[in-house]
Design a protein around this ligand. Sequence first.
Ligand SMILES: O=C(O)CCC(=O)C(=O)O
Length: 206
Amino acid sequence: MEIAPGAFHLPRYLALDAQKALADSCRALMDGAVPAYVPTVRGGGKMHVRMLCLGRHWNGQTYRYEAVRTDFDGLPAPPLPDSFRDVAGAIAASVGTAFDPDLCILNYYDPTEGRMGLHQDKDESPASLLAGLPVVSISIGDMARFLFGGTKRREPVTPILLESGDAFVFGGPARLRFHGVSRIVPHTAPAELGLTGRFNLTFRQY
Ligand SMILES: O=C(O)CCC(=O)C(=O)O
């Protein structure tokens, strides 16, 4: 479903078994040797998600990508698993876009505290942004109230409920649209996932 030029909502793109496999991988990665953490951003505030970057690390102080987490513990960003890359490439292909992501930002949203303010994803390379290479997002677990706005912060936002297994793609003319998550709807994850809260994976090509 194209909700704006270059922006696609693909409800229930992932079947339940694929969601479960992804949820298990996300849990293992987030509690692994290079664990997820709550970034402190430039103004000194803490984000309202636990974050783990794969492939390249996004530094919440400099808003730049780097190989190691210089804003936190100096550990290297874990590699982006091939299985993750493949699913993101397939989602992009399903809306007619060629995409070979080299990084994924994996966020965990607590069911009551999790949220993310309106922002643009604009820290990828100038070439990537100029080409309008998409952001591909996958939601797993509790439903999120996702806000999708325009290319200026003051433009109105459209709320979209993202459910477990949904994919969302925004590239081309939609690449720099503001977006965020105003809240999580607790207890809405499929029971089979054994998950409280929500994982979101956003893939990008630096
Ligand atoms: O959780 C979401 O659906 C959006 C995540 C997001 O905006 C981001 O990681 O930049």
